[in-house]
Ligand binder design. Structure first.
Ligand SMILES: Nc1ncnc2c1ncn2[C@@H]1O[C@H](COP(=O)(O)OP(=O)(O)OP(=O)(O)O)[C@@H](O)[C@H]1O
Ligand SMILES: [Mg+2]
Length: 734
C-alpha cells in the first residue's frame, strides 16, 4: 500500500541494471516503515517476471550475534548452482568456495585459497560478473548496517565495483542510528546510487491498508484509519500492530453478516496503550501460557531460531511445543522460514524485544514486584526517612553543631560565672549558673557520644531535642527564680529557639526539623501556660516593666513563628535533598551512580574495619538486550536495568545500596552481611544473570579488590550459565 512510486523507482533501477548501467538501490526508512516487506515484494515480482534472473538475498540481524561472513554465506549460497559459474577462473572459485562450500563439490580440482579478504572480494566480484554475463542478477541485503563486519565490507566493495554488469544491488537501511549513518556515508558518493526513502503512510493510505486487513464498513474504516494515522504517524508496523491489538482485545469484531465492526467501546476515544511496547505486550498477554513460554524462550535464542533448540530445552512436550509454535505463527508473531522446516524468525524485531524484556524477567523465581499501591499520603512526604547519603551529610552537620554548641555554651558560661562570683548569695544568679553549667555538660556529652558511636539519626533527634530543651530550661529557670515575665516575654533566650530549630536542618533529615519544631512549640506553650496559671501576670502590683503586658495572642503568635521556622528548615532539607539527589544518581536509570557507590562503600568499609563487622559487595552483569537505544523513548537496556533494580530492591534491607556501576552493571553494597548471606539473598537472580559476591574481610580489605573479586565471580557465573544453555551463536556455527 502506498508504495507505487517507490516500486516504480526500483523497477527503473532494475531495468537500468539489465541494460548494463550500474544500479545500486538504497531503501531507507525508519523501523517498521516496510523496508523488508517492500524488498520481499519486489523480489517476488522479479522472480515471477523474470524467472531466469538469479536472486541472491540475505537478511542481517545483529552484528554481535552474527559470526563473521554469515550474511555473505547466506547471500551467496545460491551461486553454487548458478549458470555461468564456469566463466570464473579456478583461483576465484577457490576463494568463493570458502563462503560457498558447495562450489568445491561442483569443481573438485580447485587449488587451495588463502584467507586474504581482499582476494576474496575480487573473487566474488569476478564470479558475479561472469554469472551476470549469462543471467541478470539481483543481490539484496536487508538491514545491511546490521550485518557482520566482513559481510558489510564485501557488500560495500561490490557496490563500488559492480557497475556496468547486469546486476542490481538492493540494500536496505533502517535510519536513525550510528551504524545506519556510517553505512549511508560509505555509499553516498556512488554515482549509480538511487535512494528510495519509504515515508510514513498518508491518511488515505492508512485507510487502504486497514481495508486490506479488515473488511470494515466504509465509514467506520475511515474513522478508525484517521485515528490510527494520528496515533502512529503513518508507520505501517505500528498500524499493523495496533489493529491486531484492537482485534485481539475484542474492540473490532466480526458481525453476523461476516463484516467486521467497531465495538461500542471504540465509539469514544481509542483505548490505545501508550507506546508500541505496550501494544505488543498486550498481544503477548493474550497468548496461551505455553505459547508465551515458547516465545520467551525463543526470544532468548535470537531473532531467528531453530525449533529443535526449543525442543532440546525440554520445557514443553513436543506436541505442546508444535501447538504453541502454530499459535504464534497464526497470530503473526513468528514467521516460518520457507524451505527450512523448523526454522522461525520473529515477524518483527520489536516483537522479540518486547518478549525478551517483558516475558523473560517474569519467568524467573523473583518475588513479584510490589503492587503500585495507593498514592503516598501527604504526611509520608513530611515524615520521610532520608537515604543513606543524607546520613553522611547529617553526620557532618551534627559534628558542626556539636562543636558550635560546646563553644557557645562555654562562652555563655562566662556571664553567670562572673555574676556568681560577684554576688554568690543571689538566688537567680545561682540558678543561672547551674543551668548554663548543665548546658555545657550536655554539650560535652553529645560531642562524646558522637565521637564514640558516630552519627546515627537517633543522635540527631536527641541532640536537636536537647538543644531546644536547653532553651526551654533557660526560660524555666526564670520561673524558678521567681521572674515569670522574663520567661514569657524574654527578648533574648526565646530567639535561641530559632537557632536550634534552623540548626536542626543541618542533620539533613526532615523528621528532625519537624520534631525540633514540635518540641519547641510544646515546651514553650507549657512554660507560658504554667506561668499564666501560677501568677496573675498583668496584676498592676506585679510590675511587668520592663517587659510589657502579658497576652495570649502574642504568645500564640510566637508559637506560630516557631512553626514557620520549622517549616523553613524542613524546606531547606527538602531542597538540599533534591540537589544532592541529582548529584548522586544516574540520570537515566535513577539508581545511585558509581561515584556515590564507591564513597558509601569506603565509609562502610572504614566502619566495618573499626567495629569488626562484615560488609558484602555484589556485582551483577546484565546480559545485553537484543538491541538497544532506539525508538520508543527508552533505551531497552536502561529499562531492563531499572526493572531489575526494582526486583532487587525488594529483597534488600534498608541501608543497602544499589547503584549503576557501569553499562549493564549493577553494584550492591550490603553492610553487616557476609558474602554467604549476600549470595543467599541474591540467589533468585542466578537463573537470569551473572552475579558475583565478595565479602569483607574474607575476600579482601579494599574496595578495589572486593570489586575485582565480585567481578570475576560474576563472569564465572555468567559462563556457567552459558555453558548450561549454549548461546545461539554456538548453534549457528554448528
Ligand atoms: N506499504 C505497506 N502496506 C502494507 N503493509 C505494510 C506496508 N509496509 C509495511 N507493512 C507491514 O508492516 C509491518 C512492518 O514492516 P517491515 O517489517 O517490512 O518493516 P521494516 O521497515 O523492515 O522494519 P525494520 O526497520 O524494523 O526492519 C509488516 O507487517 C509489513 O507487512
Ligand atoms: Mg526489516
Amino acid at each position: 500500500v502506498g508504495r507505487a512510486a517507490a516500486f516504480a523507482d526500483l523497477r527503473a533501477a532494475w531495468k537500468a541494471a539489465r541494460d548494463g548501467r550500474p544500479a545500486v538501490a538504497l531503501v531507507t526508512g525508519e523501523e517498521g516503515s516496510g523496508k523488508t516487506r517492500f524488498t520481499d515484494e519486489f523480489l517476488r515480482w522479479v522472480e515471477a517476471d523474470q524467472p531466469e534472473a538469479l536472486v541472491l538475498r540475505a537478511r542481517a540481524y545483529e552484528p554481535e550475534r552474527e559470526t563473521p561472513w554469515s550474511v555473505a554465506r547466506e547471500l551467496l549460497a545460491p551461486l553454487r548452482a548458478a549458470p555461468g559459474l564456469g566463466g570464473a577462473d579456478a583461483g576465484a572459485l577457490a576463494h568463493l568456495a570458502r563462503l560457498v562450500p558447495g562450489v568445491r563439490e561442483r569443481y573438485r580440482e580447485l587449488p587451495d585459497a588463502g584467507d586474504d579478504e581482499h582476494r576474496l572480494h575480487e573473487a566474488v566480484l569476478q564470479v558475479i560478473l561472469s554469472v551476470a554475463a549469462e543471467v541478470p542478477v539481483v543481490l539484496a541485503v536487508d538491514d545491511l548496517p546490521l550485518a557482520d563486519a566482513p559481510s558489510r565490507r564485501l557488500a560495500i566493495f561490490l557496490a563500488r565495483r559492480l557497475g556496468g554488469a547486469s546486476v542490481l544491488l538492493l540494500y536496505t537501511v533502517r535510519t536513525g542510528d550510528a551504524a545506519a549513518h556510517a553505512t549511508t556515508l560509505e555509499l553516498r558518493d556512488l554515482p549509480a546510487l538511487r535512494r528510495i526513502a519509504l515515508k510514513p503512510l498518508r491518511p488515505a493510505e492508512v485507510e487502504a491498508m486497514l481495508r486490506s486487513m479488515l473488511p470494515l464498513p466504509a465509514q467506520e474504516c475511515r474513522e478508525l484509519a484517521a485515528r490510527l494515522h494520528s496515533e502512529t504517524g503513518g508507520n505501517p508496523l505500528y498500524i499493523f500492530e495496533l489493529s491486531a491489538a484492537l482485534v485481539e482485545a475484542g474492540h473490532i469484531e466480526p458481525g453476523e453478516d461476516g463484516r467486521w465492526r467497531l465495538s461500542v467501546s471504540l465509539l469514544g476515544p481509542l483505548p490505545l496503550p501508550a507506546g508500541m511496547r505496550d501494544v505488543v505486550a498486550r498481544r503477548l498477554g493474550r497468548l496461551s501460557g505455553a505459547a508465551r513460554d515458547t516465545l520467551a524462550a525463543a526470544a532468548a535464542l535470537g531473532e531467528r531460531f531453530d525449533a529443535a533448540r526449543l525442543a532440546a530445552a525440554g520445557e514443553l512436550a513436543p506436541r505442546e511445543l508444535s501447538d504453541a509454535l502454530d499459535e504464534l505463527v497464526t497470530r503473526r508473531l513468528l514467521r516460518d522460514t520457507p524451505g527450512r522446516p523448523g526454522n522461525y524468525t520473529f515477524s518483527h524485531s520489536i516483537i522479540r524485544r518486547v518478549a525478551y524484556e517483558r516475558l523473560l524477567p517474569a519467568r524467573s523465581a523473583a518475588p513479584p514486584p510490589e503492587p503500585a499501591g495507593p498514592r503516598r499520603p501527604w504526611y509520608r512526604k513530611l515524615w520521610q526517612t532520608p537515604d543513606a547519603v543524607f546520613v553522611d551529610a547529617g553526620s557532618a552537620g551534627e559534628w558542626l553543631t556539636a562543636r558550635l554548641r560546646l563553644a557557645v555554651m562555654a562562652l555563655l558560661l562566662i556571664l553567670p560565672t562572673v555574676n556568681l562570683l560577684t554576688e554568690p548569695s543571689y538566688g537567680p544568679y545561682r540558678t543561672g549558673f547551674v543551668v548554663t553549667l548543665l548546658a555545657v555538660a550536655v554539650a560535652v556529652i553529645l560531642l562524646q557520644l558522637l565521637r564514640r558511636d558516630g552519627y546515627r539519626p537517633w543522635l540527631g533527634f536527641l541532640s536537636s531535642g536537647l538543644d531546644v530543651s536547653l532553651v526551654s530550661l533557660g526560660l524555666a529557670s526564670f520561673i524558678w527564680a521567681g521572674d515569670p515575665h522574663a520567661a514569657v516575654n524574654s527578648k533574648t533566650t526565646f530567639e535561641i529557639y530559632f537557632l536550634a530549630v534552623l540548626a536542626a536542618s543541618l542533620r539533613y533529615d526532615r523528621r528532625i526539623c519537624i520534631s525540633a519544631g514540635a518540641i519547641a512549640i510544646a515546651q514553650y506553650l507549657a512554660i507560658v501556660a504554667y506561668a499564666d496559671a501560677r501568677w496573675e501576670l498583668n496584676d498592676p502590683g506585679f510590675a511587668p516593666f520592663p517587659y510589657g503586658m502579658f497576652s495570649w495572642v502574642a504568645q500564640i503568635g510566637r508559637a506560630i513563628l516557631l512553626g514557620a521556622a520549622a517549616l523553613l528548615s524542613w524546606e531547606l532539607v527538602r531542597r538540599a535533598q533534591h540537589l544532592r539527589e541529582m548529584a548522586v544518581r544516574d540520570q537515566v536509570t535513577g539508581l545511585f551512580n558509581r561515584n556515590f557507590f564507591e564513597t558509601r562503600a569506603r565509609v562502610e568499609l572504614a566502619r566495618a574495619r573499626r567495629y569488626g563487622y562484615d560488609v558484602a559487595v555484589a556485582l551483577l552483569e546484565i546480559p545485553a538486550p537484543p538491541r538497544t537505544g532506539e525508538r520508543f523513548g527508552h533505551d531497552a537496556g536502561d529499562e531492563r536495568l531499572r526493572s531489575l533494580a526494582e526486583r532487587i530492591r525488594g529483597v534488600l534491607r534498608e541501608g543497602d545500596v544499589i547503584a549503576r556501576y557501569g553499562i549493564g552493571e549493577i553494584a550492591l553494597l550490603l553492610p553487616e552481611a557476609n558474602a554467604d548471606e549476600a549470595a543467599r539473598t541474591l540467589d533468585f537472580l542466578r537463573a537470569d544473570l551473572g552475579c558475583g559476591v565478595a565479602g569483607f574481610p574474607a575476600d579482601g580489605g579494599h574496595l578495589e579488590i572486593l570489586m575485582q573479586v565480585a567481578g570475576s565471580r560474576a563472569w564465572t557465573a555468567h559462563y556457567a550459565r552459558e555453558a548450561a544453555s549454549p548461546a545461539p551463536r554456538a548453534a549457528a556455527s554448528a
